[in-house]
Design a protein around this ligand. Structure first.
Ligand SMILES: [Zn+2]
Length: 393
């Protein structure tokens, strides 16, 4: 009888702890600084106003996951979609976000000021913000930077994987260093950073090379953001951030938002992927090529590639390892969430879509994080960076 009573007490205390973690998650302001649904789904004609069975994000599922603020990535590849160029691509994506917002006035709102962000959260709407991923979209023209800021751009990632004439990317600095005409920010690049500070557009340093990173940190007068980057010391891939960079962000008062892509979180996954993309893949493709035509081979290869990587997928605990690493190195004021949902080919087990954000709160709580720390990590830190950068109207 005594044992039964003890079991009942343990059961109810576990249940009430789970409920209080759930309450904490849904009460906290949750901000995700990077989602690619515009370029991956919306431009393909998918309507995220309805619950979708494909992709990782839509309005219903964001609600389920407790998300309050989403930076929508406006992204275009190094060759433009439109013949008019990158700037046209960016505007077309912003149009698509405006249309979704117009269709759903009671469920979401597009914000451009800190006051509007706070108001949207109070109204329990999904607050949408525009983040332009890649300086190539301003086409080396300050008036286009001004124009995108006027349309609501609130961060700009100085480069995507491709460098611009004024800033070098992590990919180019690490993989094509010999062919670079310059490294880091040029004088024009520094002018762009100053102008972004004036316009209230956050300097996003995900994807940029280390030289560009340090040049930008030395140039900006405002706290920076890394909208979707993870920790190099846990997973040493070209665009994750090293300890000295993390310390520099802390000194600047900025925030690093952890990317959920398996290949940026887990070094075993990244290693296996390298093997498949390298010698192992070549050997298999060469042997298949003798039997199948190119289209069939590509289809078989894509399926095989994702199947081979399945066993290497990390669990969600790996996401929290990256958060934990930054907290232990510089404290809990400089880390946030930058999932990259709908922009990556593999996510950790247990993090299949945007409904799963609460497991991060559960894991932080399990590791002994205080409610105060968890609130900072889920969104408080990014709110601070927005407040410091945005105009106060
Ligand atoms: Zn990216």
């Amino acid at each position: 009888m005594k044992n039964l009573c003890l079991l009942v007490i343990i059961f109810f205390s576990l249940q009430s702890a789970a409920q209080s973690t759930k309450r904490l998650h849904y009460k906290a302001i949750l901000v995700d600084t990077h989602n690619d649904v515009l370029s991956s789904s919306v431009l393909e004609g998918k309507d995220i106003s309805h619950r979708l069975t494909t992709g990782q994000s839509d309005l219903d599922r964001w609600k389920d996951g407790g998300l309050d603020v989403q930076f929508f990535s406006v992204w275009t590849d190094k060759t433009p979609r439109n013949k008019e160029g990158f700037f046209k691509d960016a505007n077309q994506e912003i149009d698509s976000l405006e249309i979704i917002t117009l269709r759903n006035p009671f469920r979401m709102t597009l914000a451009t000021t800190y006051k509007q962000v706070k108001k949207g959260i109070r109204q329990k709407k999904l607050v949408a913000l525009i983040g332009v991923e890649g300086g190539h979209m301003i086409e080396d023209d300050l008036s286009k930077l001004d124009s995108l800021a006027k349309r609501g751009m609130r961060y700009m990632t100085l480069t995507w994987n491709n460098s611009t004439s004024w800033a070098t990317s992590a990919m180019d600095e690490t993989q094509h260093a010999d062919s670079l005409k310059h490294k880091g920010l040029t004088d024009f690049g520094k002018q762009i950073v100053h102008r972004m500070n004036e316009l209230g557009v956050i300097i996003d340093l995900s994807h940029v090379g280390e030289q560009t990173f340090y040049d930008a940190v030395a140039t900006t007068s405002k706290p920076v953001l890394l909208s979707h980057s993870s920790v190099w010391n846990i997973c040493p891939v070209f665009r994750n951030v090293k300890d000295e960079q993390i310390k520099a962000v802390a000194k600047n008062g900025g925030v690093i938002c952890i990317n959920f892509y398996s290949g940026f979180l887990d070094s075993n996954f990244a290693k296996k992927m390298d093997q498949l993309e390298g010698s192992e893949g070549k050997r298999i493709k060469d042997s298949l090529g003798q039997t199948y035509d190119a289209a069939r081979l590509n289809a078989i290869w894509a399926k095989y590639f994702s199947e081979r990587l399945q066993p290497y997928r990390p669990t969600i605990s790996k996401i929290v390892d990256h958060i934990d690493y930054i907290v232990k190195l510089v404290g809990d004021d400089y880390v946030g969430i930058g999932s990259d949902f709908d922009g990556v080919s593999s996510l950790p087990i247990g993090m299949d879509d945007v409904t799963k954000y609460p497991v991060i709160t559960e894991e932080l709580k399990r590791r002994g994080y205080s409610n105060k720390s968890i609130k900072k990590i889920l969104g408080g830190n990014v709110m601070r960076v927005m407040k410091a950068n945005f105009t106060r109207k």
